[in-house]
Design a protein around this ligand. Structure first.
Ligand code: FDA
Length: 305
């Protein structure tokens, strides 16, 4: 049943019509639990609130289905506005983005030029930009863009998904660039040809890639809500005497907030991923797919409207 619901939400998340309707009618169905409003101002306020609780932030201006050069350009503008806004408000937050929203499906050159503009603004403010990892079809292109950017910029990082068989090799490959990596399990529906179908294998591999990144002396953002993965990371860093400033835990806005606070209390770096913007629908569906139990929020949200 759970798998069925998962597939249903992933399928719904790719539906263009629902996506357009969601943009038109605004944040609803309880999506406000996971999305920090539709404007940059609301996201900045959320960052301030989280910073006041001792948490760092990465913000993501949500955007799916970018069809033309103009839309990609607008998405890049939003990212630059966000970097300027964060610098102006002096908040502790970096930026996360997806290359498809920078025009990757339209042309690599367009995507690269948007990214260079964004990284230049980030560099001016000594800030950092993380490229989220999307589905497997975009993986090689994402690496190509990352490597081209690294020729000129060092304020950019990537994400590696432990559900992919190749992820350990990729961590190794990216060590050449001393890449700041976010390590995740992976959020897309992938074929067993490329990804472990069993959760246990995904979890085992997650631990392996965290260890590999840290043992190479490289920065790791351990992004999970899974207490077993967090406990494993804690005991590994303790055993290997890895300094507390060589890694951080990352969690999504609105998920396991008590655990986020607890980790801060224990002295760990915690960064919350804060999405905002009117294109919230696909993101919201992926969160429901991860944990269909959260569908309770949707029902409550519908009853409120
Ligand atoms: P998993 O789903 O295995 O669940 C383990 C346990 O965690 C559950 O039993 C439950 O206790 C708890 N839990 C998990 N989800 C919960 C929820 N929604 N509500 C309450 N409890 C929950 N993916 C990707 O493909 N590319 C990317 O760039 C990113 N980026 C990213 C950034 C950050 C900061 C995070 C935290 C995650 C991502 N992801 C991602 C998503 C990631 O790949 C993965 O889908 C989710 O984090 C869910 O996996 P977990 O490791 O959290 O645990």
């Amino acid at each position: 049943m759970e798998q069925l619901l998962r597939n249903f939400f992933l399928y719904m998340g790719r539906n263009g019509l629902f996506n357009r309707l969601a943009k038109k009618y605004g944040l609803r169905f309880g999506a406000g639990k996971f999305v920090a409003g539709e404007s940059l101002e609301s996201a900045l306020q959320t960052i301030k609130d989280l910073n006041a609780q001792g948490m760092k932030v990465t913000i993501d201006h949500l955007g799916e289905f970018v069809h033309n050069e103009q839309e990609a350009f607008m998405m890049a503008e939003h990212c630059m506005d966000a970097l300027e806004g964060m610098a102006r408000e002096k908040v502790d937050s970096n930026l996360s983005l997806k290359l498809t929203s920078m025009g990757l499906d339209i042309s690599k050159d367009l995507c690269l030029s948007n990214m260079e503009k964004i990284l230049s603004v980030a560099q001016k403010h000594r800030n950092f930009v993380r490229i989220d990892m999307e589905d497997y079809a975009h993986l090689e292109m994402t690496f190509d863009i990352y490597e081209a950017l690294r020729e000129k910029y060092d304020n950019v990082g990537l994400v590696i998904q432990s559900y992919l068989y190749r992820s350990e090799e990729d961590v190794q490959r990216l060590a050449e660039w001393r890449t700041n990596l976010r390590l995740v399990k992976g959020a897309y529906k992938e074929s067993p040809k490329v990804a472990y179908p069993d959760k246990k294998d995904v979890d085992d591999n997650f631990k392996k890639i965290v260890e590999r990144q840290l043992s190479q002396g490289l920065y790791a953002a351990v992004a999970t809500h899974d207490e077993a993965m967090i406990a494993h990371t804690k005991s590994y860093v303790k055993e290997k005497h890895i300094p507390l400033d060589q890694f951080e835990f990352q969690m999504l806005y609105g998920i396991r907030t008590e655990l986020q606070k607890q980790l801060v209390k224990e002295g760990y770096r915690v960064r919350v991923y804060v999405p905002y913007g009117n294109d919230w629908y696909g993101y919201f569906m992926r969160r429901l797919a991860e944990r269909p139990a959260n569908v309770g929020f949707v029902i409550k949200g519908m009853l409120k409207k």
